[in-house]
Design a protein around this ligand. Structure first.
Ligand code: ZN
Length: 423
């Protein structure tokens, strides 16, 4: 059984770029490791090459709920020219494993395999049944991965009361004696829109009748620059209070603490307390001397659980006669209990390895495969436990250049996962 660093490097060397690559070879590698542990992995493909692997580990206590540990095998693309090391190198250098997927999320896949493999090799069976799911297609929404399994193979997850996956379980840089770990209890929901401004096409040399491009620019500015009201949930109040070391309840205070006192996590946490509206694509015209008849922009909007309604209202408010707003895609938000027994188990596992640490819930700014598993009634948490050194900018690693993960953080994660599966 290779160790966590070796597994992480090996996984990075498989090109599972999505779109562009396939997960099959990485999935075969994972299935071989699982078979080597004495497990019977099920390999499931919704489309050729888009491979998922699921295995169940029988626990010693039939009276407790099973735990699903899930992670995706695919990654976003990487532009090798911009990197210091090749994104598929899996190099171990400067105390880190380098490559696309090092934090999102081949690291977590490696930690899970190393923890379960290590325990089984020493004859330690987990207390509860574990379902291990290694998934395809998360980076384009998960239809061929978690979505397919939930729809067509729900029996694989029988008895699972909770699922853990990305993103959470990391330490936030606060100036306290013991680390503060943030565990995600929620994914924000997603609504993608297209806004089209229609005008009158004409010759570029004449006074325009109705050029839609300036109107689109105005609409875009209005939509992205008007501040969205705070939609603060209890988990974020708890997080802000733990960060500040005092009760923080006032919305402005919560926002200030999260934005200014969590180092590089500020941009992510501050997005967890309001709807975000970002323009991500624009288009108009086809020739310099032609005024186009229409111009479009696309918006990526993310809402806090319970606050989906306001998004439509914002996008359509102030729209003129020539403006068309349409919803392109929607993905639900998910919210789990931060005072549940499951959250208690995650806290206990962290405290056993990092005595005296604090653990706080948070609302993740993005979406994960948790949205699929939630449909089977599981509580879902972002938990890929890692303890980072102070100078490490974790949020910048996600989909970033020179993505890498500290070796010591991986080893810490294995210890927490080993502890968790024994609880
Ligand atoms: Zn991910």
């Amino acid at each position: 059984m290779p160790d966590v660093v070796e597994i992480c490097s090996d996984l990075i060397r498989f090109d599972t770029t999505n779109p562009g690559g396939t997960e099959r070879k990485a999935a075969e590698y994972v299935a071989a490791l699982l078979s080597g542990m004495g497990l019977e992995p099920r390999v499931v493909e919704a489309e050729p090459g888009r491979t998922n692997v699921v295995a169940r580990v029988a626990g010693t206590d039939p009276d407790v709920s099973a735990l699903l540990i899930q992670g995706h095998l695919d990654t976003v693309p990487a532009d090798a020219a911009a990197w210091s090391r090749h994104p598929l190198s899996g190099d171990v250098a400067d105390g880190c494993v380098w490559g696309r997927g090092a934090v999102d999320m081949k690291n977590a896949v490696a930690m899970t395999l190393a923890a379960v493999g290590g325990a089984l090799a020493e004859g330690r069976r987990p207390r509860r049944d574990l379902v291990l799911a290694f998934l395809a297609d998360e980076e384009t929404g998960g239809k061929l991965g978690a979505g397919h399994l939930v729809a067509e193979h729900a029996d694989l997850f029988e008895g699972c009361g909770a699922a853990i996956g990305e993103v959470g379980g990391f330490n936030v840089p606060v100036s306290a004696a013991a680390p503060l770990f943030a565990v995600s209890v929620a994914d924000k929901g997603l609504r993608w829109y297209e806004v089209v401004e229609r005008g009158v096409a004409g010759h570029g040399s004449m006074l325009p009748d109705d050029n839609p491009i300036p109107r689109l620019a105005e609409t875009t500015l209005r939509l992205v620059s008007s501040p969205q009201p705070y939609t603060i949930t209890e988990p974020m109040r708890v997080l802000a209070s733990r960060v500040a070391g005092r009760p923080v309840t006032d919305p402005d205070d919560v926002a200030d603490v999260l934005a200014t006192r969590t180092g590089p996590f500020g941009r992510m946490f501050a997005a967890g307390i309001r709807t975000t509206v970002n323009v991500t694509r624009v288009g108009a015209g086809y020739k310099e001397n032609v005024i186009p008849g229409e111009a479009w922009a696309r918006f990526d909007c993310r809402f806090v659980p319970g606050h989906e309604d306001g998004v439509d209202e914002h996008l359509t408010s102030g729209a003129g006669d020539g403006t068309e707003v349409s919803l392109l895609r929607r993905s639900p938000s998910v919210l789990s209990d931060h005072e549940s027994e499951w959250f208690g188990l995650l806290t206990e596992a962290l405290r056993d390895v990092s005595p005296g640490c604090e653990v706080a819930p948070f609302v993740f700014s993005g979406g994960t495969d948790n949205k699929w598993f939630r449909t089977l009634g599981m509580e879902t948490y972002g938990f890929t436990p890692m303890l980072f050194p102070p100078d490490y900018d974790y949020p910048a690693m996600f989909h970033g250049v020179d993505e890498r993960v500290p070796v010591d953080s991986l080893r810490f994660g294995v210890r927490v996962m080993e502890r968790l599966i024994s609880l």
